[in-house]
Write a protein that binds this ligand. Structure first.
Ligand SMILES: Cc1cc2nc3c(=O)[nH]c(=O)nc-3n(C[C@H](O)[C@H](O)[C@H](O)COP(=O)(O)O)c2cc1C
Length: 314
């Protein structure tokens, strides 16, 4: 049976994201994959309201779904998206990060958190491959958080990201068509997705530029100083995306390198085990709050003061 590969674009219709995504998907189709592609502009999608009913349910061992399930197209899309072997996401950069449409769609994935749902026995684990395409009018410098935010938003559904690409300097609609090398790189994304799908799950690995980014685990270019995490774990330096912990080390040729500590992948957000720790954290902090009548009544009492304060709006 052929593989199912889906493309999700958040760019303008028929513009740079769509074109690069189609080029990648064509490479998959040529190798026998069944292709589905959507552009998020064509759907009705509501913002996550932050109600947390999904994680509240999960922390009590229930699969409640999303409170907006019947209100927009998200559930309909997810039923197809989660039935894929691989998904390639393409998003335009707005203010250094993926556009709000992309983020709006992906933030709703919390209701489908595979680590949580697998942990409570609500779903069967499924291995999925993913790849990312970011598009912007400027250089990588002005797209500094796009791939990083895109990758962070794919964790919830356990996509193993095998390749990612930033297409730079293409601000105008469909301008990418002037750059054969960018189209070729997008095609390579599709080829790498197929290569990963044809590799046994346990041997699937990163297929993009070997030295891409600072982090050897998720290849992000974003590091930050470590601060104490839940239950005190702390590293000198952390990857802002996958949470790998370690330190900067000077190599023999005088360059800096991020070296992951022996316990640095304990809370690796790209793995279900790592995110499972976060699941325990939420059960402790959120579940612990809702299960404690004393805490709830204190908050209800103290909230009154702030509810009475109404500042001038617009
Ligand atoms: C509100 C807005 C903000 C943008 N911010 C950035 C940016 O920070 N960096 C960048 O490289 N391009 C930025 N761009 C340019 C878009 O990323 C660019 O036009 C891209 O080609 C859009 O992709 P599309 O053609 O697939 O829609 C911005 C565009 C808009 C409309």
């Amino acid at each position: 049976m052929g593989f199912k590969v889906m493309g999700v674009s958040a760019g303008r219709n028929d513009s740079n994201c769509d074109i690069l995504l189609k080029e990648a998907l064509l490479a998959c189709q040529e190798q026998g994959a069944e292709i589905t592609m959507i552009n998020l502009h064509d759907y009705e999608l509501d913002d996550c309201t932050g109600c947390t009913s999904c994680t509240m349910g999960m922390s009590m061992g229930k699969h409640t779904g999303c409170a907006l399930d019947k209100k927009d197209d998200k559930k309909r899309i997810m039923e197809v998206l989660l039935d894929q072997d691989a998904v390639i996401f393409a998003a335009p950069t707005f203010a250094l990060m993926p556009s709000s449409l992309y983020l709006k769609f992906m933030h709703r994935n919390l209701a489908y958190e595979t680590a949580f749902l697998t942990k409570i026995g609500a779903i069967q684990h499924r291995d999925r491959v993913g790849a990312l395409i970011a598009v912007g009018g400027s250089s990588r410098s002005w797209q500094s958080m796009t791939l990083e935010c895109m990758q962070a938003s794919t964790f919830s559904n356990s996509f193993k990201i095998v390749d990612m690409y930033t297409a730079t300097m293409v601000p105008a609609p469909a301008q990418v068509l002037l750059h054969d090398e960018k189209l070729a790189r997008a095609r390579e994304i599709g080829q790498n997705v197929m290569k990963a799908l044809n590799t046994p799950v346990e041997e699937r690995t990163w297929l993009g530029e070997p030295d891409a980014g600072w982090c050897p685990n998720c290849h992000s270019n974003c590091l930050c100083l470590g601060e104490p995490q839940w239950r005190g774990l702390q590293y000198p330096i952390e990857c802002a995306v996958c949470g790998a912990g370690g330190d900067l080390v000077k190599t023999d040729d005088g360059k800096w390198k991020f070296v992951i500590a022996a316990n640095g992948l304990e809370r690796d957000r790209t793995s279900e085990e790592g995110r499972g720790v976060h699941c325990d954290e939420i059960a402790d902090t959120q579940g612990g709050f809702f299960m404690d009548p004393q805490k709830r009544s204190t908050v209800a009492e103290k909230s009154e003061k702030y509810k009475q304060i109404i500042f001038k709006g617009i």
